[in-house]
Design a protein around this ligand. Structure first.
Ligand code: HC1
Ligand code: SF4
Length: 568
C-alpha cells in the first residue's frame, strides 16, 4: 500500500496544515536497500503523539547512524546526532540507499523519522518494473517511487510545462506522461525540477562523470573545464569559504581532479552581454522585432521551441554563454595553442540539467565535433571529489587560466534571476547615453525570487522597460499577450526556467531551506560588489578577444560562432 507514506510526503509538500487535517497516516513500513516499499495500517492523527519508536531492524541499522528517540524527534538534524559534521553529511547522503547520493538532507528520511515510521522486513516482494529510459538523460525507476506526486507538482506548478501525471498499471500507481508519449516527445524542457523534487531518486539523471574521467586519463586529450557563475554560490555555502575564495577554491578543485585548464564561464556571460545588448540596441534603432527575449536558458529555449514557436522572432539569436564558451575554446583557444579540435575535451560545470540537452544539440557539433563535449552538474563535480577522496583541506586555491581570466561582476550576476537583465542594463544605459556609467550600477528591483519583476530606466530620454521572469509558467501570460498583439510594455524580457534562476537549478544538490537559496543569491551579489570590473563591456580580456579574433560585436565571425537559429 502506498497511501501512507505518499500522504505524509504530499502533506509536507502542501504544508503542515494539510498534515493536521489528514485522517490517515502510515503506521508501519519498511525500507530496503535500493528499493522502497511500504505496508500500512490505518490510524488517526490523535494517535501520533502516543507512538513508541521501536527497535530499528538490521537492514535499516546498517545504513543509518544510531539515534535516540529525542534526537529523532529533533527533526533528524545530522549535527544534533553528535557526529562530526563531515561524517554526518556522508551518512545523511547515504541513508536510504535510494541512489540519490547527492542529497545532503533527505526529506523522506527526515519525515519518516519525525513520524516514527518503523522499518520492517517486507511481507511480500512486488514485481520489478524495468527502468523507463525515454529521455536523453532523465530516468524513471518505478520501483523506488512512493507516489508522492512531487515531480508532477514541480513540473506543473513550479516550472509550468505540466507534462507528468499518475496512471494505474497492474494495480500500481505510476508516474508517466499525460500524453502517454515517451518523455522526449512531450513538452518536457529538460530542466530537471522533477528530479530535484523526487525525495527518493525514483527520478534521476544519467551521469557524465565517466566520460570526463576517461578523457582526463587519456594523455592525448587536453581537458578544459569551465565553471558557471551559480556554481560558486553552492561552493561557498557548502565548504564555508568566503565569496571571495569561492572561485579560487573551484579552480583548485578542478585542477586536483585532473583538468588541464580551468576557465571561468563568467567570461562567456560577459561575451553574451556584449553580443546580446548590441543586438538589442540594433533592434531599438532599426525598429526590429520587440520585445527581445533573452536566450541563455536552454530550458526556456526548449519551452519556446516546443510550445510557443510563434515567438521565435522575439528571441535573441545569441547562443547561451555555455555554447559561446564552447565555440570560443574550440576555435580561438585551439588556434592560439596550436591544438586540434579533436584533442581538446571541453567540459562545462553547471547547476543545470537542460544544459546537458543543449550541449548535445546537433547544431552545436559542427563537422560532428561537439563544442562542449560533456556537461557536469555541480552535484557530479562534488561526487567526483568524493570518489577521488579529495578533502576540502587538500585543495589549493588557484587562479583561473589565461586567456579568459578576467571576468566582471555583471557576468557573475547571471547566476540568479535578474542578473542577465541587470548586466544588459549596465551596458545599454551606457551606450544609449554615451556616458560612462559610474554610479547607479545596481538595479535591485529586478533581483530576488518573485516570478515577475520589472524596471524602467530612463537613459537620456530613451526609456528601457525591462521585465524579469523566472519559472516558465510566469512567462505564459506575457507570451499570450504578445501573440494576441497586445503591447506588453516591455523592451527586454529575461526569462529563466528555474524559479530564482540558475542558483535553483536541478544540477545543484537539493537546498535545505528557502533561506539557503537567499544565501546562494547573496554570494553572487557580494562577488559583484567587490569585483574590479562591474560591467561586461569593460572586461579587458573581452576587449582583447574582439581585437584579436572576433573583430567587433555582431561581426560576421561573431554571428558564425556566437549566434544560432531555433527549430520550431
Ligand atoms: Fe546559468 Fe548561464 S547563468 S544559464 O543559470 O547564462 O547553468 O550559473 O551557466 O550558459 O554564464 C546555468 C548559471 C549559466 C549560461 C551563464
Ligand atoms: Fe538551467 Fe538556469 Fe535555465 Fe534552470 S534557469 S533550466 S538552471 S539555465
Amino acid at each position: 500500500c502506498v497511501t501512507g507514506p505518499a500522504t505524509v510526503i504530499q502533506a509536507v509538500a502542501a504544508g503542515r496544515q494539510a498534515a493536521e487535517s489528514m485522517d490517515s497516516f502510515l503506521m508501519k513500513g519498511y525500507i530496503k536497500e535500493g528499493n522502497i516499499d511500504y505496508s500500512c495500517s490505518r490510524g488517526s492523527m490523535e494517535d501520533l503523539p502516543k507512538w513508541e519508536f521501536r527497535e530499528i531492524p538490521k537492514v535499516a541499522r546498517a545504513t543509518m547512524p544510531s539515534i535516540s528517540l529525542a534526537e529523532r524527534k529533533n527533526n533528524f538534524n545530522e549535527v544534533e546526532l553528535g557526529l562530526a559534521e563531515e561524517t554526518a553529511r556522508k551518512e545523511a547522503r547515504r541513508c536510504l540507499k535510494c541512489g540519490c547520493s547527492a542529497r545532503f538532507t533527505c526529506d523522506l528520511r527526515k519525515e519518516a523519522s519525525m513520524h516514527g515510521i518503523v522499518y520492517e522486513e517486507p511481507v511480500h516482494e512486488r514485481p520489478y518494473i524495468p527502468k523507463v529510459d525515454d529521455h536523453p538523460f532523465i530516468v524513471r525507476d518505478h520501483n523506488k517511487c512512493i507516489s508522492c506526486g512531487r515531480c508532477i507538482a514541480a513540473c506543473a506548478e513550479i516550472e509550468g510545462p505540466g507534462v507528468l501525471t499518475f496512471y494505474m498499471k497492474n494495480g500500481r500507481q505510476l508516474v508517466g506522461t499525460k500524453s502517454g508519449l515517451p518523455l522526449r516527445e512531450t513538452d518536457c524542457v529538460s530542466c530537471g525540477q522533477c528530479v530535484t523534487a523526487c525525495p527518493c531518486a525514483a527520478l534521476d539523471y544519467r551521469r557524465e562523470r565517466g566520460k570526463v574521467v576517461r578523457a582526463i586519463n587519456n594523455p592525448k586529450k587536453t581537458v578544459v573545464g569551465f565553471v558557471a557563475p551559480a556554481v560558486r554560490s553552492l561552493i561557498s555555502n557548502t565548504f564555508g569559504v568566503s565569496h571571495e575564495e569561492a572561485s579560487p577554491f573551484m579552480a583548485g578543485l578542478l585542477k586536483k581532479l585532473g583538468f588541464d585548464k580551468v576557465f571561468d564561464f563568467t567570461f562567456a556571460a560577459d561575451l553574451t552581454i556584449v553580443e546580446e545588448t548590441t543586438e538589442f540596441l540594433s533592434r531599438v534603432q532599426n525598429k526590429g522585432v520587440m520585445p527581445q527575449f533573452t536566450s541563455c536558458c536552454p530550458g526556456w529555449i526548449n519551452f519556446v521551441e516546443k510550445r510557443y514557436p510563434e515567438i521565435i522572432p522575439h528571441l535573441s539569436t545569441c547562443k547561451s554563454p555555455q555554447m559561446m564558451m564552447g565555440a570560443t575554446v574550440k576555435n580561438h583557444y585551439a588556434k592560439l595553442m596550436g591544438l586540434n579540435k579533436e584533442d581538446l575535451f571541453v567540459v562545462s560545470i553547471v547547476p543545470c540539467l537542460a544544459k546537458k540537452y543543449e550541449a548535445a544539440r546537433p547544431e552545436f557539433a559542427p563537422d560532428g565535433i561537439r563544442d562542449v563535449d560533456a556537461v557536469l552538474t555541480t552535484t557530479e563535480m562534488l561526487e567526483m571529489m568524493e570518489l577521488a577522496d579529495i578533502k576540502p583541506s587538500e585543495i589549493e586555491p588557484q587562479e583561473f587560466d589565461e586567456p579568459y581570466k578576467q571576468v566582471s561582476g555583471a557576468g557573475i550576476l547571471f547566476g540568479a534571476s535578474g542578473g542577465v537583465a541587470e548586466a544588459a542594463l549596465r551596458m545599454a544605459v551606457e551606450k544609449l547615453t554615451g556616458n560612462v556609467l559610474t554610479d547607479h550600477l545596481d538595479f535591485e528591483e529586478i533581483r530576488g525570487f518573485e516570478g515577475v519583476k520589472e524596471s524602467t530606466v530612463d537613459a537620456n530620454g530613451t526609456k528601457v522597460r525591462v521585465a524579469v521572469v523566472s519559472g516558465l509558467k510566469n512567462a505564459e501570460p506575457i507570451i499570450e499577450k504578445i501573440l494576441n498583439g497586445v503591447d506588453v510594455g516591455y523592451d527586454l524580457i529575461e526569462v529563466m526556467a528555474c524559479p530564482g534562476g540558475c542558483i535553483c537549478g536541478a544540477g545543484h544538490p537539493v537546498p535545505e531551506k528557502v533561506d539557503s537559496l537567499e544565501r546562494r543569491q547573496q554570494v553572487l551579489v557580494n562577488i559583484d560588489k567587490v569585483s574590479k570590473y562591474r560591467k561586461s563591456q569593460e572586461n579587458p580580456d573581452i576587449l582583447r578577444l574582439y581585437n584579436e579574433f572576433y573583430g567587433e560585436p555582431n561581426s560576421h565571425l561573431a554571428h558564425e560562432l556566437l549566434h544560432t537559429h531555433y527549430t520550431p
